[in-house]
Design a protein around this ligand. Structure first.
Ligand code: SF4
Ligand code: SF4
Length: 457
């Protein structure tokens, strides 16, 4: 997750929040308040038609900035999170792992040539291959000349079961400035609910104890709890906030997306609003003044409904120095930040290396039984900058250009979603043409009519 701290740069004007009804008006007001906002400026240009989609693709392809690279240290996991795992269970995890030398070369190239800012060790469960995980952290922290070495950070995303076995290595990695963040996935404050969803008893106890202990043992690394909002875990997540707040400051919540990302229908705008209203209430009463920061991920699909529901106003949008859009609300000395993603990142700013060295332009391809089928190539046979360039000039460009003739263009939600741009790769998995409405969008003609009328939900 990007750091959504406000830009240090001074703003030249202050917009009056909540006054701009349309995305275009809101973006104009937001840019007036924060003149250096390249992402919002591109978004506005696409929304008004001043920038065409092929031109947008050309601009992005011209930038050599792979902001964030995820390396899967292993394809194994000690849990079986039914129905919500990012990885297709049929993926062959017995393939020979790529050599560490190949990974080192990829990291070095990304730092030297692609301004790599963030390295994430993912998994499935990265701490099931601790030798490789800590070795990569040690190597990645070594300074290299070039712009990528400025502001570089590395971290681990883990299900928390293995942390207690590795305190020594983790402490050493923090002390040696090799580890800047640790995200532990927990989806409920109720042990039974979490363990049921994760498929293994005792997981909550291990993960929650570890995350609390990490805040003391691994400072100054940023320790966070990362959760998925599901149709039935609002109470569990609120309880998780309550019991963790005395120690943990950072919380990330992502709404469950519909299939193929999960085997359920995902959560819609009503559940998201209900959850965020409950968080606001908790932050303003029971947890007031605790300096908590909850970041909620909002893709384009439901943005208009959530804006109409009063959750945020378009002119409250701001942008980090790294070009991530967000809205931040202060609630009694706590903060809720909406990380708002409408323009695509995978393929141009994000990339992933699987345990066997396969380079994926988009993590959504992990939903396929054989993600290699959709790979850009492999770091075994090519240098990372070549793979990155190919990802931009093939998949990324094709998806961007397909927006020019997209069937959603006349829809009221077009300017805040652009036809489900951030999940368009899924259409490739499903064999749906890129210019068609993606299957993840379940809006009906009645929904469109309500949105067209500007009715507040
Ligand atoms: S912990 Fe993560 S990788 Fe493992 S099964 Fe659960 S969702 Fe999948
Ligand atoms: S109709 Fe198209 S633009 Fe609107 S929310 Fe659905 S996918 Fe996005």
């Amino acid at each position: 997750m990007p750091n959504l701290s406000p830009q240090r740069r001074a703003t030249s004007a202050v917009a009056e929040p909540g006054k701009s009804a349309s995305v275009v008006d809101g973006l104009r007001a937001a840019i007036l308040a924060q003149p250096h906002a390249p992402t919002m400026t591109k978004w506005l240009g696409l929304a008004t038609g001043e920038i065409g989609f092929p031109e947008f693709a050309r601009i992005e392809i011209g930038q050599n900035k792979l902001d964030c690279l995820t390396i899967d240290t292993t394809g194994a996991c000690d849990l079986t999170c039914e129905g919500v795992c990012y990885y297709n269970p049929a993926i062959d995890i017995k393939e020979a792992p790529v050599s560490e030398q190949a990974l080192r070369s990829a990291i070095l190239d990304a730092k030297r040539e692609l301004e790599l800012r963030v390295l994430v060790l993912g998994g499935k469960e990265p701490l099931l291959n601790p030798v490789r995980a800590f070795s990569i952290l040690r190597f990645a922290a070594e300074p290299v000349p070039g712009p990528g070495s400025i502001g570089f950070s590395a971290g681990i995303i883990t299900n928390g079961r293995q942390i207690h076995r590795h305190w020594g290595e983790l402490e050493q990695a923090v002390q040696n400035k090799q580890l800047q963040f640790l995200d532990v996935s927990i989806d409920s404050g109720y042990a039974e609910e979490h363990d049921r969803a994760r498929g293994r008893e005792g997981t909550f106890k291990l993960a929650h104890a570890a995350v609390l202990e990490a805040t003391a043992r691994l400072a100054p690394a940023r320790i966070a709890i990362a959760s998925i909002l599901k149709p039935d875990n609002i109470d569990g997540l609120l309880e998780l906030l309550r019991i963790s707040a005395p120690s943990v400051r950072h919380f990330y919540v992502t709404p469950l997306l519909p299939p193929t990302f999960s085997q359920t229908s995902g959560v819609g705008p009503d559940t998201i609003k209900r959850f965020l209203d409950a968080v606001a209430s908790l932050f303003s009463t029971e947890l007031a003044g605790m300096d908590l920061e909850l970041t909620f991920y909002l893709g384009g699909l439901y943005l208009l409904e959530l804006n109409r529901s009063g959750l945020f106003a378009w002119d409250e949008l701001r942008e980090t120095e790294d070009g991530y859009c967000y809205v931040r609300h202060d609630i009694n000395k706590n903060q809720v930040a909406f990380q708002i993603q409408v323009l695509p990142e995978y393929g141009s700013r994000l990339g992933r290396i699987l345990p066997n060295g396969t380079y994926l332009a988009h993590a959504h391809f992990l939903q396929a039984p054989n993600p290699g089928k959709y790979a850009v190539g492999s770091i075994v046979t090519e240098r990372l900058p070549q793979l990155y360039e190919r990802a931009k000039t093939t998949l990324f460009q094709d998806i961007a250009v397909s927006r020019a003739a997209h069937e959603c263009r006349k829809r009221p939600c077009w300017t805040n979603c652009f036809g489900g741009w951030t999940l368009a790769e899924n259409s490739i998995l499903r064999g749906i043409p890129l210019q068609c409405r993606p299957a993840e969008c379940v809006k009906t003609e009645q929904d469109f009519a309500l949105l067209e009328d500007g009715i507040r939900c």
